[in-house]
Design a binder for this molecule. Structure first.
Ligand SMILES: [Zn+2]
Length: 393
């Protein structure tokens, strides 16, 4: 069980001049780069034709549109889970952010069942302005906990799996509604895979003189934007905390790195600079089956790894594959029609978006053993009524 979260008081600091500058930069940059700078843009909403069966009774979390969870709200919610479900929940800090906020993790499993279990990690808000990515993590935790007693599928999942969830990878930026961490570093460029390649629009500068944040550099002639990925891989406390958590997991089966708002579900790309870590044909086939399932059963277009032309070097999902050799996914919630500002400034229809994520997570969870063993993930996840929901508009 559990370690208790202690409360912190929010600082009401005025935004500094530099913060204003960097916020403006982010707004400008967000017009030109998605959170994964991929060439693939989301297509039109496709029609959802769910093939999954219903599993009644199952309960959906009692969430209300407009009620988002910032760092402190997330802490409170995790605390509440811990109080209500002490035999299913362990809450602990995996490390501190630049400003000293705890990065909270919730592990969900049936603690009364001592068998060897598979583990997975789902995290959100590596980019702090992508609120719904963190909300989806909390929603999944809520769904699993409230259904454990009355839903055989959920009971089986928690008897066989340890589900690690980090809702707010980047808590400082969630509070300031910024993409970067407090040092101005894009944490999803700070992992040790293809790190800091200039030609991939990264610059490994770090914080200039230890003081000045330079999150992005625009090249006016080339009309491109480069991202500050930190001085060296794992230079940032948040990425080190995530790395250390992952290295501690047993029978680690899959990883999902949640973002907004490009509206795709994608597998890790090929790691071309390390031939030994290039995804094998068999692994690619298994991953593509998972991608195709999401494509066919949810509103999210699936992007095969080999088609995933992103320049986001230093990304968490690619590092996870290169380090652990496991299936690793990027889940981009929302869509560009709905959120043209890549998650900036327009947060609504929270409950709808949360419902869109459940089929994806449940499919991966019921197939956790298949994914761990690189076998065909062909188990259908039973889902509640109205999940997935009809597409908006
Ligand atoms: Zn992102």
């Amino acid at each position: 069980m559990m370690s208790k979260i202690t409360g912190q008081k929010m600082n009401n600091k005025k935004l500094s001049y530099l913060k204003v500058i960097s916020l403006n930069c982010i707004l400008l940059v967000s017009l030109f780069v998605g959170c994964i700078e991929q060439e693939q843009k989301s297509g039109d909403m496709k029609e959802t034709t769910p093939e999954v069966q219903l599993d009644q009774p199952s309960i959906l979390p009692d969430w209300v549109d407009g009620e988002y969870h910032d760092h402190y709200g997330t802490m409170q919610t995790l605390n509440d889970f811990n109080d209500k479900f002490p035999d299913l929940v362990d809450v602990f800090s995996i490390g501190k952010s630049v400003l000293g906020k705890d990065i909270w993790c919730i592990r969900i499993t049936n603690e009364k069942n001592n068998r060897d279990k598979y583990s997975c990690l789902i995290d959100g808000c590596i980019h702090g302005n992508e609120w719904e990515a963190g909300e989806a993590c909390l929603y999944l935790a809520d769904f699993l906990l409230i259904n454990f007693d009355n839903n055989e599928t959920v009971e089986n999942i928690l008897n066989t799996s340890e589900i690690y969830i980090v809702p707010l990878f980047n808590p400082d930026a969630r509070q300031s509604d910024e993409r970067w961490n407090h040092n101005g570093i894009d944490l999803n460029r700070n992992f040790d895979v293809h790190f800091g390649r200039l030609r991939s629009n990264n610059f490994p500068l770090g914080k200039l003189f230890g003081i000045i944040k330079i999150p992005v550099i625009r090249h006016p002639l080339r009309n491109t934007v480069s991202t500050n990925c930190g001085r060296y891989a794992f230079s940032e406390p948040e990425t080190r905390a995530s790395r250390d958590l992952m290295k501690s997991l047993d029978r680690y089966s899959f990883y999902v790195n949640c973002h907004t708002a490009v509206h795709v579900f994608a597998a890790q790309g090929d790691i071309t600079y390390k031939p030994e870590f290039t995804v094998t044909n068999h692994e690619r086939e298994i991953t593509n089956i998972a991608i195709d399932w999401v494509n066919d059963n949810t509103e999210y277009p699936g992007i095969h790894g080999e088609d995933f032309k992103h320049t986001g070097i230093g990304c968490a999902s690619d590092w996870v594959y290169s380090e652990f050799g496991i299936a690793s996914f990027i889940f981009e919630l929302l869509n560009l029609d709905y959120e043209p500002w890549y998650g900036h400034g327009r947060h609504y229809s929270l409950v709808h978006w949360m419902k869109t994520t459940l089929p994806v997570f449940m499919y991966l969870l019921v197939n956790i053993e298949n994914l761990h063993d690189w076998k065909t993930p062909d188990i259908q996840p039973p889902l509640p009524e109205d999940v997935p929901p009809p597409s908006l508009k």
